[in-house]
Design a protein around this ligand. Structure first.
Ligand code: ATP
Ligand code: MG
Length: 421
């Protein structure tokens, strides 16, 4: 997807080039006043994000049709209809377009060409070109920088020879992380490398596919911004969330983030700039690194609701999933006001190591809200559900969440994102 024509391009030129590459038709919009309850909304993807989207869209009176290849999936189990087909099945896409008035995605790696095809006959958000940017780490970084937001120092690696090129890959880039340009998630498709020799070995192990080599930056903490942007350009951004990752997978989100207001302001501003530059429509998450010296770097973006926004279901007036439905239906954005501080704990399959976890023990804390995704098989590292703890005082919420973590056998690991003291 990326080629040298995109070097130094402005965001709008970059988007236009992608749209023409994808043969994306001009954007269709919902009617004034929005689509009527009872209309069908279409969703590409069947994961937990889709499941929570279905619930939110249904509570607004819409019906949801999920297109997903799996026989049973968290979203299909909740949807009003399931088209079981591959994401690039032209016939299935046409059937989805025939039934639905508006289509969105919960799956970041849905083929952008499928969104472009749907856009010929129905309202689609986010656009194929915005999703294409988020799917390609090279385009994503170029785009974020073009929008005026800093990223960690990196080099684009197309071949093993690039790794030997000291101009392209200076020694100062190490220690680094080698990341596949496409199809990485939850820390998969990544290798931590100490030096050039390790980078060469990792590149070969990862199949010599296009990568970015990113300097490993000293993290003080990680934060994210989830926002919704409507067809009219209206933006509603949730408070900045503070994230702890374990083994590259989000483990804990605390909101509001325990950061100075000026830093929160910079993160919100950067996320809004990226969304505007993408002419983004839908729910967008931007993940950031906060460095020891206070600098803020954008890590990556997700063109969909995000795990660090799950707390919005229990702690905000409108959840990120309700916003996704509102945007695609052409309704006004809901309030992002957070009524109480919240801590969200991800429940990975590891919690099932000794059988079904003690849910009654978790729910004995009345401030705990449990969300399970209905997945039958609990594999280590698999996202099975989450718990959100809410309460009037953040200190107490953090404390209850820590007790729930202990009850579920969730323990800190040496490689975790640092937590503020
Ligand atoms: P996901 O899509 O689940 O967010 P991913 O596979 O796309 O994950 P990244 O977000 O790139 O992966 O990285 C996962 C985590 O690894 C980050 O949240 C951070 O904790 C750590 N990490 C990634 N890049 C760097 C870096 N350059 N320096 C320090 N830590 C990093
Ligand atoms: Mg990430």
């Amino acid at each position: 997807m990326a080629d040298s024509r995109f070097d130094d391009a402005s965001p709008s030129a970059l988007l236009a080039a992608l749209a023409s590459q994808l043969r994306e038709p001009p954007r269709r919009r919902p009617p004034a006043g929005g689509f009527a309850p009872g209309d069908w909304l279409g969703l590409l993807g069947g994961g937990q994000l889709g499941r929570m989207f279905c619930m939110a869209a249904q509570s607004l009176g819409y019906r949801v049709c999920v297109l997903d290849p799996a026989e049973d999936s968290p979203a299909a189990a909740t949807a009003d209809a399931h088209l079981r087909a591959a994401y690039d099945d032209a016939d299935a896409l046409d059937r989805l377009a025939a039934r639905c008035v508006s289509v969105t995605t919960e799956f970041e790696n849905v083929p952008a060409a499928s969104l472009a095809r749907l856009a010929a006959s129905v309202v689609v958000s986010p656009s194929a070109s915005a999703v294409a940017v988020a799917q390609d780490r090279r385009l994503e970084k170029r785009f974020i920088r073009a929008a005026g937001v800093d990223v960690a120092p990196y080099a684009e690696i197309a071949s093993a020879a690039d790794l030997d090129d000291a101009d392209k890959v200076p020694d100062a880039l190490f220690p680094a992380i080698l990341k596949l340009v496409r199809l990485g998630y939850d820390g998969k498709g990544q290798a931590r490398v100490a030096d050039r020799a390790e980078a060469r070995a990792a590149f070969a192990r990862m199949g010599a596919q296009p990568c970015v080599l990113e300097q490993r930056v000293p993290l003080a903490m990680e934060v994210s911004v989830v926002l919704a942007r409507g067809f009219d350009g209206a933006v509603a951004a949730y408070p900045v969330a503070e994230n702890v990752h374990r083994d590259g997978i989000l483990a804990v989100t605390t909101v509001p983030a325990r950061i100075p207001p000026a830093l929160a302001g910079r993160a919100l501003d950067a996320a809004a700039r990226i969304a505007a530059a993408l002419d983004y429509v839908g729910v967008l998450c931007v993940e950031f690194f906060v460095l020891d010296d206070g600098r803020l770097l954008a890590n990556e973006m997700a063109p969909r609701p995000h795990n660090s926004g799950h707390y919005t279901i229990d702690a905000c007036v409108s959840s990120q999933f309700a916003q996704q439905a509102r945007v695609m239906a052409g309704l006004p954005l809901g309030s992002v006001r957070q009524s109480e501080p919240a801590v969200m704990l991800n429940l990975l399959g590891d919690c099932w190591a000794a059988g079904e976890p003690d849910w009654a023990g978790v729910l004995a804390h009345p401030q705990a809200c449990l969300h399970l995704y209905g997945k039958r098989e609990a594999r280590p590292g698999r996202k099975m559900g989450h718990v959100t703890v809410v309460g009037p005082a953040l200190g107490d919420v953090v404390d209850v969440a820590a007790r729930i973590e202990r009850r579920l056998g969730i323990v800190d690991r040496p490689g975790d994102t640092p937590r503020p003291a």
